[in-house]
Design a protein around this ligand. Structure first.
Ligand SMILES: [Zn+2]
Length: 107
């Protein structure tokens, strides 16, 4: 027996359950193999999505860092404030994505 996600509502259920105890959908016509496959697909998609987030955050961070490095926005200017904000937000976003990835892999 394995814990899989309901293909209808996405909540955790037993792969042997006849009906989902969260949404009540009948699972009789869905084989445990199909359930496990849909669970794997869902995890794969989530994994991909977290990876994409980390990648976009990294590009954003590098972009704002390069902007800072080459353009040297004037201290106290709006450009510099926006630049710092972009760097900080993308760094936080990147770290959050990495933490999500670690938590996801622990499941
Ligand atoms: Zn369900």
């Amino acid at each position: 027996m394995a814990i899989v996600s309901c293909p209808f509502c996405g909540k955790k259920i037993s792969s042997k359950a006849a009906t989902c105890n969260h949404c009540g959908q009948g699972l009789a016509e869905v084989t445990p193999e199909q359930l496990e496959r849909s669970d794997r697909d869902r995890r794969l998609k989530l994994n991909q999505s977290i990876n994409n987030h980390a990648m976009i955050a990294l590009i954003l961070f590098l972009g704002s860092f390069l902007y800072f490095y080459y353009k040297m926005p004037e201290p106290g200017s709006l450009a510099q404030n926006l630049n710092y904000t972009a760097m900080a937000l993308s760094a936080i976003w990147y770290i959050v994505s990495k933490v999500r990835m670690i938590l996801f892999k622990r499941q």
